[in-house]
Design a protein around this ligand. Structure first.
Ligand code: UDX
Length: 436
């Protein structure tokens, strides 16, 4: 089966490479000539573990190719995926659908055979209807069906998530759409990955509801962590204690500095806007968004406390270990590190930092921070060392060396990757999240 993937960013590229790996014939399309040239040289536009090898082997096998020409790329394709960005619109938080609609128009104008057009981009409820209308308006004579098929890929684990999904959601309005999608996902069908067929609008909402629920779960445990600190309880045990209840589930209950990334912040905001438009307020999500935003700065204040309070912090130095919103990515979007660094520099603290993959993206976002080549250079002369992102490289730091290099043995662990007792025995003043 031939599949066209319009948009070769994170979602398009991972999905395209995985479909090719299943044996489909896949063309990834992107307007950005430099990106397509780089892909021809097997240079990935993003950091994702395993992606370069997957792309390389499928290109070699002749199943995966790249082009800037949409008309050429979609020719003979039975399924045409739209996987372009839907950023938050400046000013009002609505998802910006201009890229999706532009692609829909171009697809309609260039359609040379019957095809199913699939929105993989995260799009608000009703977008599929509009895509259908736009394609119809181009006057295409070919049969087409517009389907919603949201992705649930985590950065850093995207290939595994694609190949072994908890479920595949397909929102289709007719048999043509359902049949083609069944063919697209047949390899996963055979692996017994559950496929849920719904209406198109339902499928569009499922994606937002899933991300909003996960963001709520994280925010819930983060507030429990604050309470734990006040009452002298341990949030990790609270997570375990509630997570063992199957109705709650153990995942996504790690307390931390607040969620970031390309999805949760943007999608929760977009869901709020949809709810507002339909006069059906989602007050829980409203609270989640507010609590998470203020938490990021509160983490900066936690570091100030460890430096002796805002009054005494001026002129001191803090070392940030990890800047990306989570490990195994170079993505800095809405990373808590940005607010932490800002709060510290606002208080007159000098900040140095190290991240295994994210420094290039971090530099323009935090020009006031001194970027270092390794964790120990960042720690040199620091009055507090702060673990912001739980990269594996920080899980077994040489604590003797940290103590020697730092100006003071103060560790603020925003990801709870160290044991409080061990750290105190090692001579550190240690602060973490929701634990004594
Ligand atoms: C998320 C969804 O998981 C994915 O299904 C969706 O398609 C896109 O958004 P991603 O943004 O890549 O994926 O990262 P994820 O691993 O879900 O983490 C999101 C944020 O939540 C990170 O900032 C992470 O640090 C935080 N988080 C996650 C916690 O603070 N605690 C947790 O228990 C889990």
């Amino acid at each position: 089966m031939k599949i066209a993937m319009v948009g070769s960013g994170y979602v398009g590229l991972v999905s395209g490479a995985c479909f090719a790996d299943f044996g489909h014939d896949v063309v990834c399309i992107d307007k950005d000539q430099a990106k397509i040239d780089a892909l021809h040289d097997n240079i990935m536009p993003i950091y994702e573990p395993g992606l370069d090898a997957l792309v390389e082997s499928n290109v070699k096998a002749g199943r995966l190719s790249f082009t800037t020409s949409l008309a050429e790329g979609i020719r003979d394709a039975s399924a045409i995926f739209i996987a372009v960005g839907t950023p938050s619109r400046r000013g009002d938080g609505h998802a910006d659908l201009s890229y999706v609609y532009a692609v829909a128009r171009e697809v309609g104008e260039n359609l040379a055979n019957d095809a199913v057009i699939v929105t993989k981009s995260t799009v608000p409820v009703g977008t599929g209807d509009e895509v259908e209308r736009i394609i119809k308006d181009t006057g295409t004579g070919h049969r087409f069906s517009v389907v919603s098929n949201p992705e649930f890929l985590r950065e850093g684990a995207a290939i595994g998530d694609f190949k072994r999904p908890d479920r595949i959601v397909i929102g289709a309005e007719d048999d043509f759409g359902r049949e083609v999608m069944r063919e697209v996902y047949r390899p996963l069908f055979l692996n017994e990955s559950p496929i849920l067929f719904t209406s198109r609008r339902t499928s569009e909402l499922i994606k937002y509801a899933a991300n909003a629920f996960l963001a709520t779960k994280i925010t819930f445990i983060n507030e429990m962590a604050d309470l734990c600190e006040k009452v002298g309880a341990n949030v990790q045990d609270v997570s375990r204690g509630i997570g063992m209840d199957n109705r709650i589930g153990a995942k996504f209950l790690h307390a931390g500095p607040g969620y970031g990334g390309s999805c949760f912040p943007k999608d929760t905001l977009a869901l709020l806007k949809t709810a507002e438009d339909y006069d059906s307020p989602t007050r829980i999500i409203e609270a989640v968004v507010k609590v998470n935003e203020s938490r990021k700065r509160a983490m900066g204040r936690k570091v100030l406390d460890a430096l002796g309070g805002a009054d005494k912090a001026r002129g001191k130095k803090a070392a940030l270990l990890g800047l990306t919103f989570k490990p195994n990515t170079d993505d800095m979007r809405d990373s808590p590190a940005i607010a932490v660094a800002q709060t510290l520099t606002d208080a007159g603290v000098a900040v140095s930092a190290y991240d295994p993959e994210g420094m290039e993206q971090a530099r323009p976002l935090m020009p006031q921070v001194t970027m270092c080549d390794d964790p120990y250079s960042a720690i040199e002369g620091a009055d507090a060392t702060v673990i912001v992102t739980e990269w594996d490289a920080f899980r077994a730091l040489d604590m003797g060396r940290v103590r020697e290099l730092a100006n003071a043995p103060v560790l603020v662990d925003l990801r709870n990757i160290y044991d409080p007792t061990d750290m105190r025995e090692a001579g550190f003043t240690y602060a973490s999240i929701g634990r004594d």
